[in-house]
Design a protein around this ligand. Structure first.
Ligand code: TTP
Ligand code: MG
Length: 369
């Protein structure tokens, strides 16, 4: 192995079917069965995640749980247990920290590691990735998929390619070949809308995107165009960021189908507030400002905030205030809504000393892309 070529080595790690995998681990009778973790399938719940067996039926995150039940009536539906997943996430974080100090957790089950310099002084990042996968499995009985690459962007794409329990390597001298036939949708940030626009221009693969000039992409996509130009070439200079200084704690959700009824939106705001409250309490934050974010179906986004006299961490406070903001300060009810978000900011208390500087995951969870 020519380790010389890894001037910079990044590992992206992403647990497989995380919430479902934890549930199956803890109830072995579920093994091999279609398992769906999420809200109530007989109500308006949404799917958080599904086991790979359930995904074969077309079930995926953010889908209404009722639809998942239609697709697979035999599926086993479980409510999520956030505190359990959070504990497992902590456990995984402590394993990762044996390898490097440079860890950037980006969600409850994902992190970037810069292993260019590492604690074990091993200069083969592929060996390190294998050790990490084995170590996580030995400790938690859960599988993780890894991507090894010269930067975060490529590592992120790679970790997703051979799920579950996969390891994908993008060697520094093979970036062009790796990207050549990759569908543009695999570029993080290219969602269904950008994908459609790119397809209209006859661009289906990253290789085809790389044929466009920077000027043309900027003309077509603005600022995002220059990012796309770099992504098409596998360029990403962003560092692995370990600093932990959350300015806000929030959760948002994009709906599969736009919401039109206010009661449905209120229900969502209660759910989102519950989640934000969970994170605030866990990390002992008290906030004074609550913010409602609304994206209408035409993609325009508005935010409406209220700063309270009393600091809070309770879900009831956030749901009460965001529901009031929704009714009084938005056009909800007249316009359909694609996304709702709740966040808490303006913290009055510092987190307690036990909170690590590098949190185990970003406190802002983005639910659907
Ligand atoms: P993901 O890593 O996106 O999904 P996953 O781990 O379930 O499956 P994969 O093998 O494809 O990585 O998200 C991690 C967890 O976050 C997931 O288990 C449940 C939760 N989640 C939601 O609650 N809602 C969502 O819309 C998504 C995408 C994830
Ligand atoms: Mg995952």
């Amino acid at each position: 192995m020519n380790t010389e070529m890894w001037k910079r080595a990044i590992i992206h790690i992403d647990m497989d079917a995380f919430f479902a995998a934890v549930e199956i681990r803890d109830s072995p009778a579920l093994r091999g069965k279609p398992v769906v973790v999420g809200g109530n399938p007989d109500g308006r719940g949404v799917v958080s995640t599904a086991s790979y067996e359930a995904r074969k039926f077309g079930i995926h995150s953010a889908m209404p749980a009722a639809e998942a039940k239609r697709l697979c009536p035999a599926a086993i539906f479980l409510r999520p247990n956030f505190s359990k997943y959070s504990q497992v996430s902590d456990e995984i974080r402590s394993i990762l920290s044996k390898y490097t100090d440079l860890i950037e957790p980006t969600s409850i089950d994902e992190a970037y590691l810069d292993v260019t310099e590492n604690r074990l002084k091993i200069d083969d990042p592929i060996l390190l990735a294998k050790m990490i996968q084995q170590n996580i499995f030995a400790a938690t009985r859960l599988t993780a998929s890894c991507g090894v690459a010269p930067n975060k962007y490529l590592a992120k794409i790679a970790s997703d390619l051979k799920k579950p329990n996969g390891l994908t390597i993008v060697y520094p001298n093979q970036v062009k070949e790796f990207l050549e036939n990759l569908p543009v949708r695999k570029i993080p940030g290219v969602g269904p809308v950008s994908e459609k626009e790119l397809h209209k221009l006859g661009i289906k693969t990253v290789g085809e995107l790389a044929l466009k000039s920077s000027e043309e992409l900027i003309r077509l996509f603005g600022k995002w165009g220059s990012a796309l130009y770099e992504r098409a070439r596998g360029i990403d200079r962003s560092p692995v960021i370990t600093e932990w200084d959350p300015k806000q704690v929030g959760s948002e959700e994009t709906f599969e189908r736009d919401l039109v009824s206010i009661p449905k939106m209120e229900e969502k705001l209660r759910e989102l507030s519950e989640e934000v409250s969970f994170y605030l309490k866990r990390d002992q934050f008290q906030a004074k400002t609550v913010t409602l974010k609304v994206k209408y179906s035409d993609f325009t986004v508005i935010t409406r905030s209220r700063t309270l006299d009393q600091s809070f961490d309770l879900a009831e406070v956030m749901s009460r205030e965001t529901i009031k903001l929704l009714r009084e300060k938005t056009e909800a009810g007249h316009r359909s809504v694609r996304l709702l978000g709740v966040s808490a900011s303006n913290f009055t208390s510092e987190p307690t000393a036990e909170i690590p500087k590098q949190t185990e995951f970003d406190l802002f969870t983005q639910r659907t892309f």
